[in-house]
Design a protein around this ligand. Structure first.
Ligand SMILES: [Zn+2]
Length: 451
């Protein structure tokens, strides 16, 4: 394939020409350039045409994706926007929005750092730390990743090549952009892409299946596992014994005989001290329900694609995981499992001895530490908005040390005291935090402070 030259003109099917300004990067499928088209800057992905199995079918699919537009009005996707005409040798590419500033690639986040090129040539590259502003932000990012794939799957398409290079994330807010959307295809169709080793579902590695929605779900579990535990779910002592990872070994460990590192019924691939320290440390601190979700994904879910966790259920679990982060007034921030229990639901901080009550709402539990928030997904019916705050645990301005749940929603709440008496809590007012107190958010949604 001939690479494009700076200032080279490329004709666009929709009319006009894009002018190549500079190279942005290259990967297995092609090179990405920054181009100018109709007065605006875009990224142009230019394919290694020889690596596309059926260029005509690939082009047709790409054109269809451009016509359909991105799911959810494109707010979570860097979607193909324009396709180029073909060069005489058949080569072509497509234009997309440039990755906005302030976003880091999932790969850099996973590595924990990024090498930044110097502004002036000749100066050394700079190593910059890349990490989430907080655990809460990391979970916001995780939920946003799952939501993006839910919307894609709901539109009847699969992504096919889910891997750590496929996302840009704002580590301050948790906003997610899914990129590399050119392999997206209607579920059941495939235009040649297999996926990236380590992320591909075992049946794809074995060649027994093409990528589809169910194999996307496997890859999604891998992405979430890597995000949370900073390791590979299938790389333990069994894999480490192979000095060199050949393609044949890949086929065995990720295709024919994949064994989850924490498979409760098979200990032959456990993580190794000194090599997999991140996973060993992090696996212990997550709550049971999350460990069970990953265990299911990488044991039964490996063999049975239909048993893989659907996006809707991941979102529920991840919202609960976000709610499970306790910010004690002493500054300690951790999952509730790191706190002592008093009764079934009340937490006691090991650091300062503070008592933290828990509110049960629908299927969720919210720990009522100072500053704890209720979101629309908790107080409104059939809602998965986990970002709009509808309530917050605040200290009484007149009585220090006394806390209540302030109504920040548009609705009036009804509070039922343990003795049966009732009171309305309008917007701006707070419900007291008493054991067994009930809050009626309306629409049959009731919460209770648990014992
Ligand atoms: Zn504390």
């Amino acid at each position: 394939m001939r690479e494009l030259k700076i200032r080279e003109r490329v004709q666009i099917e929709a009319g006009g020409e894009a002018v190549v300004e500079r190279e942005l990067g290259r990967g297995g499928q092609g090179i990405v350039y920054q181009v100018r088209y109709r007065g605006r800057e875009y990224a142009l992905k230019w394919y290694f045409i020889s690596r596309i199995r059926n260029p005509e079918a690939f082009r047709k699919n790409l054109r269809k994706n451009i016509e359909d537009g991105a799911p959810e009005d494109g707010k979570r996707f860097i979607w193909p926007l324009f396709i180029t005409k073909q060069k005489p040798n058949g080569a072509f590419g497509y234009l997309m929005q440039l990755a906005p500033r302030g976003y880091d690639s999932f790969t850099d986040i996973y590595n924990g750092y990024k090498w930044e090129m110097p502004a002036v040539k000749g100066q050394p590259a700079r190593k910059r730390k890349v990490r989430f502003a907080s655990l809460d932000v990391m979970l916001t990012a995780a939920i946003n990743i799952v939501k993006a794939f839910r919307s894609l799957h709901l539109s009847g398409k699969s992504y096919q090549d889910l891997n750590d290079g496929g996302f840009f994330i704002d580590t301050k807010t948790g906003d997610v952009l899914v990129c590399d959307c050119d392999n997206v295809a209607p579920d059941g169709e495939n235009f040649g892409i297999g996926g990236m080793p380590g992320f591909m579902a075992p049946e794809v590695v074995r060649g027994a299946s093409k990528p589809n929605v169910l194999t996307d779900r496997y890859s999604l579990a891998v992405v979430l596992f890597k995000l949370f535990f900073r390791g590979d779910p299938l790389e333990g002592s069994k894999v480490l014994k192979c000095v060199v990872m050949t393609e044949e070994n890949d086929l065995i460990h990720y295709g024919k005989d994949p064994v989850f590192i924490y498979d409760p019924n098979n200990a032959k691939n456990r993580p190794v001290n000194g090599v997999h320290d991140n996973v060993i440390k992090l696996w212990q601190i997550y709550p049971d329900f999350i460990r069970q979700a990953f265990t299911m994904s990488f044991t039964y879910g490996i063999q049975e694609p239909n048993a893989r966790i659907i996006e809707k259920n991941w979102i529920k679990m991840l919202i609960q995981l976000k709610l499970d982060i306790v910010h004690c007034s002493c500054g300690k921030t951790a999952f509730s499992s790191v706190f002592d229990c008093q009764g079934d639901h009340t937490l006691v901080c090991r650091n300062c001895g503070s008592t933290i009550y828990t509110l049960g709402v629908s299927d969720y539990e919210v720990h009522l530490h100072p500053g704890a928030k209720l979101y629309r997904c908790l107080t409104e019916k059939a809602n998965d908005d986990f970002e709009t705050v509808t309530g917050e645990v605040v200290e009484n301005r007149l009585k220090k040390g006394l806390y209540g749940i302030k109504n920040l929603s548009r609705k009036s709440w009804k509070v039922v005291f343990p003795d049966g008496s009732q009171r309305d809590v309008i917007r701006g007012k707070a419900a007291p935090i008493w054991k067994e107190l009930q809050i009626d958010f309306g629409d049959d949604i009731r919460a209770e402070i648990l014992l």
